[in-house]
Design a protein around this ligand. Structure first.
Ligand code: ATP
Ligand code: MG
Length: 445
């Protein structure tokens, strides 16, 4: 993309309404614009990151054997009356009446809708296990929408639902989700720690929240610092292997790590003092096992091997896709702007032309652009007629992990400069070598 043809409305001033750095940077980098309280338009740059995250979430869900689908945003109140949650959900639910006077709502989550689909189409244990998921907009009329996309009213969520014959099978689905979430968050460049949490209005016994440590996080967390040494890495995992998934869960939940809702001082005191941490975190995902709560209420049953009708065991599992955009920035920025992890960056690298209009520099930039594109990479080429300082500031603000700087002086000796946004280090390379280096970096992730 040539910057002169793109829509990147960066702001010079720091917007006063933004209290935390990710919100400020998203506004300044022209990623979002508030439409009304807690509701945002995703401008091209923000939309690109959102889609990159969504893609990774999809890939990891499919890898775990989960099946993508799409449910609507608007739901009928009747289903929620069946589960008893129409009244329980309270004021966070946006209630709408259609022209026929029917009660509708903008879905805050989808347990009822998916259970309705299940009971209409599945009747036998032979069709199990089954995990369906979608990535769809949700609406919760939060009392205090704030921090930009981190606590919106309209937000984008991956929510998945497992259906299993027995509690044991459903617990495997739970473990499988935990493993796939560890992989997902690491691919997004984040360390998200599974912490024992409270199940809230969804109900149930087993639940973990995934938290990214950040001072601006809304959750108070308590953990054994040894947990931060754990890495999922590039392990080969067989998602059907019950023991393997359980072993990963055990490894990642063996250390003390809890949110304030489940925190227990007496258990925490057993952690060696120098490893006891009290911090803040951003909840980016949560997994639940809730047994037969919805299947009992809504009559979702299957016939088992003995031809008996039994309620199906369920769980639900969410990832805050739009919140993740903010969470990644909270975890990865400096005073000049965003620093995107390679896995989610909106463009793979920037090209800065130090002397726009200089025939040689322009031609070198065009060649770089073509060579990168030919390798399947997407550069953002700042081809505007602006001072070098302004171009660097824009690149630093939008946070592309790599920048190639092209100027007449370097070209005289046949080189361009490749700079890492994260370390600030630069190397001089031939244009061909710079392209090869960038291709190599992205091939490895
Ligand atoms: P919170 O405690 O932050 O209000 P929650 O526990 O109510 O979230 P879940 O029902 O677990 O949310 O939803 C799954 C995921 O959706 C959360 O882990 C979070 O990442 C995201 N999410 C929830 N509420 C919001 C919101 N208002 N804005 C953006 N993302 C959200
Ligand atoms: Mg939650």
């Amino acid at each position: 993309m040539r910057l002169s043809r793109y829509f990147l409305p960066v702001l010079k001033e720091t917007p006063s309404e933004a209290q935390i750095v990710s919100h400020r940077l998203m506004l300044r980098a022209g990623m979002i614009k508030q439409a009304s309280a807690g509701i945002y338009s995703w401008l091209p740059l923000g939309f690109k990151v959102l889609k990159r995250i969504e893609q990774i979430v999809h890939e990891e869900q499919v890898r775990a054997g989960h099946i993508p689908m799409l449910m609507p945003t608007l739901q009928s109140a009747d289903l929620w009356r069946e589960s008893g949650r129409y009244d329980d959900y309270g004021e966070e639910m946006l209630r709408i009446t259609d022209r026929h006077g029917r009660d509708m709502l903008y879905g805050p989550t989808n347990e009822e809708l998916i259970t309705d689909i299940f009971r209409a189409h599945v009747g036998s244990y032979k069709d199990l296990p089954l995990t369906l998921y979608h990535i769809q907009w949700k609406f919760r009329d939060e009392v205090r929408p704030r921090f930009g996309v981190m606590r919106g009213r309209e937000f984008y969520m991956k929510d998945g639902y497992n259906f299993d014959l027995t509690k044991d099978a459903a617990l495997h689905a739970y473990n499988r989700h935990l493993v796939s979430y560890l992989r997902t968050f690491e691919r997004l460049g984040l360390q998200a720690i599974p912490m024992r949490a409270d199940s809230g209005p969804i109900g149930g016994d087993d639940t973990h929240e995934f938290l990214v440590l950040a001072e601006t996080g809304e959750s108070e967390v308590f953990y054994d610092s040894a947990i931060t040494d754990l890495k999922f890495g590039n392990r080969a995992i067989d998602y059907d292997d019950v023991d393997q998934c359980r072993a990963v869960l055990e490894e990642f939940t063996a250390r003390y790590a809890r949110t304030d809702e489940t925190h227990d001082e007496s258990v925490f005191a057993e952690v060696p003092e120098d490893r006891r941490r009290r911090a803040r975190g951003i909840e980016v995902g949560q997994i639940f096992y809730f047994g037969t709560k919805y299947s009992d209420a809504m009559g979702a049953t299957v016939v088992n091997e003995k031809q008996e009708r039994v309620p199906v065991h369920m769980g639900s599992h969410g990832i805050g896709v739009s919140r993740l955009v903010g969470a990644i920035i909270e975890a990865s920025h400096d005073d000049r702007g965003i620093i995107w992890p390679e896995g989610v960056t909106p463009f793979h690298c920037g090209i800065v032309n130090l002397k726009q209009g200089d025939a040689e520099a322009d031609a070198a930039c065009d060649q770089l652009y073509a060579a990168l594109t030919a390798r399947g990479l997407e550069p953002l080429y700042d081809d505007r007629n602006e001072r070098a300082g302004g171009k660097f500031a824009t690149m630093d603000l939008v946070g592309l992990p790599w920048r190639i700087t092209v100027g007449p002086r370097g070209l005289k000796s046949g080189v361009v400069e490749l700079t890492s946004r994260r370390s600030g280090e630069s190397v001089e390379l031939t244009p061909e070598a710079a392209v090869a280096r960038i291709a190599e970096i992205y091939a490895a992730i």
